[in-house]
Design a binder for this molecule. Structure first.
Ligand SMILES: *Cc1c(COP(=O)(O)O)cnc(C)c1O
Length: 370
């Protein structure tokens, strides 16, 4: 199922097909579009948006690029189910469920609390409509215990364990999806669709997106800086973990095909931003909400947890004059598929009762005027 025409990773390193499992789930390449008004305002040479919101027919955003590799491995290993983790409104858990079903696998979502938002409700209902098996625990320790029980039960029922996919799909294999993403951008630059960027702005939740991009850019010989905006607690996302993921993804590719080089971590191409996180994961900030509003004015739909925070950093740097003369890309990692029809009329009472609170309690203050 490898398609070298639109998966430049396999075109450049044919030796990777075979050792690196892959199934075509995404709609690639995603378009790039110029944002001329924003370029003028920030005095940037150019600002483009990479439309990963259009990355897939079932569900867009950044996760499907990772799932092309993760689910291919699950299928190759003969698994019946995949099990993954996320907060209650997790885009990753939902994307995994939808694409797993397409690949003939069932899926289990192990979830923990998060601040309430309209998107939490929508994603839970969409999961419900896709037949996800949901579990929810108030603590990480409780979730670990529940996970062990679920894994044992699946083994009894299926004769084998589900494939466990880490939060955000950010294993070394998942990050390979964004190595390909960086090469895809280079192909688009070669075709004249945009200039080779100086800076790519992207949110950082579990780092697979940012580290895959950085590795792909380095492997492509491009000097682009990845400006990544941390949106989770520092304990989980930090420079040390970033380097580790870069190196483990690099090793995976080098071991699969020695023609893929082992590369040093490009410190000068990595800008890690702490200043737009706010107080808590999935808690919107004034800046992220304002950035979503600004994006909406130019027809881009963002959200307050990830992309609003990353876009806020771009706007801030523009206002500070840091983008003057630069070629800038904003990588939109948020799903753009409207699934209102799929969830219309669904009753949240069909979810496990622990989730009712997301429908019965108000959403967080900064999400109320929707
Ligand atoms: C998961 C997610 C991210 C974070 O990507 P990572 O690879 O986990 O860093 C960014 N934006 C959106 C909309 C997401 O759902």
């Amino acid at each position: 199922m490898n398609t070298p025409e639109n998966r430049p990773l396999f075109a450049q390193w044919p030796g990777l097909s075979g050792p690196v499992p892959h199934c075509a789930l995404a709609t690639l390449p995603t378009p790039v579009e110029a944002l001329e008004g924003l370029a003028a305002e920030t005095r940037a040479a150019s600002v483009h948006i990479k439309r990963d919101d259009q990355s897939g027919a079932l569900y867009g955003g950044n996760k499907v690029r990772k799932l092309e590799f993760l689910l291919a491995r699950a299928v190759a290993e003969g698994r019946r189910r995949v099990l993954t983790f996320g907060a209650a409104g997790s885009n990753h858990a939902l994307a995994t469920a939808l694409y797993a079903r397409q690949a003939g696998l069932r899926s289990i979502s192990m979830m923990v609390p998060q601040p309430n938002a309209h998107s939490v409700r929508r994603n839970l209902l969409r999961g419900l409509s896709a037949g996800v098996e949901f579990h929810y625990r108030g603590t990480k320790a409780g979730l670990a215990l529940a996970t062990l029980r679920v894994l044992q039960r699946c083994r009894r029922e299926d004769g084998r364990y589900p494939m466990v996919i880490p939060p955000g799909g950010s294993s070394p294999l998942g990050a390979v999806g964004f190595v390909n993403g960086a090469l895809e951008l280079r192909t688009q630059a070669e075709a004249g669709l945009l200039p080779v960027p100086d800076r790519i702005y992207v949110p950082c939740g579990t780092m697979g997106t940012a580290m895959g991009l950085l590795l792909g850019l380095k492997a492509a010989g491009l000097p682009t800086t990845v400006v990544t905006v941390r949106v989770v607690d520092r304990q989980f996302v930090n420079e040390k973990r970033a380097r580790k993921l870069f190196a483990s993804c690099n090793r995976l590719l080098h071991e699969a095909d020695a023609a893929f080089p082992l590369l040093p971590f490009p410190e000068e191409q990595f800008e890690f931003r702490d200043d737009f996180f706010g107080e808590e994961y999935a808690l919107y900030t004034e800046a992220s909400v304002e950035a979503c509003r600004r994006a909406a004015e130019v027809g881009i739909r963002l959200e307050g947890t990830y992309t609003g925070k990353a876009f806020a950093a771009l706007l801030h740097d523009g206002a500070q004059g840091r983008l003057a003369g630069k070629r800038v890309v904003f990588w939109n990692t948020y799903n753009g598929v409207d699934f209102a029809n799929e969830i219309a009329g669904l009753d949240y009472h069909a979810l496990p009762p622990a989730f009712y609170r997301y429908f019965e309690e108000d959403v967080q203050p900064l999400d109320r005027n929707h």
